[in-house]
Ligand binder design. Structure first.
Ligand code: C2E
Ligand code: MG
Ligand code: MG
Ligand code: MG
Length: 271
């Protein structure tokens, strides 16, 4: 009986693996065709000052035109297939090109943050590309910001820290993204070369209003003690905003203030 059950379980397992494999193959195909057909586009979402709600910067979020795949679906496969590397170069180029265009149109520029995954820091080419791109468009480095998750440390600790430090030395600010998912050890905050911590929506949802809200309040205060600015992600209501403001969150990102969207030239970044 046990043997039979074991066998069934095995069949079930292989089936799941096979369909996961098919899925990954299809997503990878879609990524390759999107690269070839230049269907990658960036959406931008404002990050605002908790103090007065003024836009401080934007986060660039990747989308595929004419595709139903969301980043949550295609980013992991872009990472595992290595396609995130060429896609990452496109993103840096596009953000620099946009900033330059806005500047030409007399728009007051604000920093744009891009998400970088561990794979993109394995070799030094992205760091070099970023430096070259900023120079080519004559952009000050502070206009580009980088968001990384703690997985950067787990997946390639020594090198990643060196690359991030090199970017920081250029004047590029680094944020630790999705804090509160995964391990989220407080000790990461003491040795990662970061300027800001982005508290994940999940952690905010869990700890902002329940009897555990001391966790949220104290986390923000620990970050401040470590000289880190705090961004809270996924803020959807006035009540959340007000409470986070009272807890000292420096910056706020979420649908309550802005939804990610395309910015036509001279659109969101108003002069
Ligand atoms: P992330 O970097 O943590 O980005 C924030 C995500 O939260 C975005 O999802 C954004 O649309 C969503 N969001 C913002 N405000 C709210 C809100 O009020 N409520 C809710 N429910 N969601 C909100 P998105 O654009 O689907 O991206 C998901 C993840 O995919 C990103 O999480 C990031 O890890 C990854 N990603 C997106 N673009 C890129 C990219 O260009 N490169 C890399 N490496 N990863 C990317
Ligand atoms: Mg991010
Ligand atoms: Mg995040
Ligand atoms: Mg997130």
């Amino acid at each position: 009986e046990a043997k039979k059950e074991g066998k069934n379980r095995f069949c079930y397992f292989t089936e799941a693996l096979t369909s996961n494999f098919d899925y990954a193959v299809n997503v990878e195909k879609e990524l390759r065709s999107a690269l070839e057909e230049q269907r990658f586009v960036l959406f931008y979402q404002a990050i605002v000052s908790a103090e007065d709600g003024d836009v401080v910067s934007y986060e660039a979020l990747l989308r595929i035109e004419a595709s139903s795949l969301s980043p949550v679906e295609f980013i992991p496969i872009a990472e595992s297939s290595g396609l995130i590397v060429p896609i990452g170069f496109l993103i840096v180029e596009e953000v620099c090109r946009k900033l330059n265009k806005w500047r030409e149109n007399g728009v007051l520029l604000k920093p744009i943050a891009i998400n970088i995954s561990a794979k993109q820091l394995y070799d030094n080419s992205l760091v070099l590309f970023i430096k070259t791109c900023l120079k080519r468009y004559d952009l000050p480095a502070y206009l580009l910001e980088i968001e990384v998750t703690e997985s950067v440390l787990i997946e390639n600790s020594g090198y990643a820290i060196q690359r991030l430090e090199a970017l920081r030395a250029e004047g590029i600010s680094i944020s630790l993204d999705d804090f509160g998912t995964g391990y989220s050890s407080l000790s990461y905050l003491t040795y990662m070369p970061v300027d800001k911590v982005k508290i994940d929506k999940g952690l905010k949802d869990k700890f902002l209003f329940l009897e555990n809200s001391a966790v949220m309040k104290n986390l923000i205060s620990i970050c401040h003690d470590l000289n880190l600015k705090v961004v809270t992600e996924g803020v959807e209501t006035e009540a959340e905003y007000q409470r986070l403001k009272s807890f000292g969150s420096d910056l706020i990102q979420g649908y309550y203030f802005d939804k990610p969207g395309p910015i036509g030239d001279g659109g969101k970044m108003d002069p």
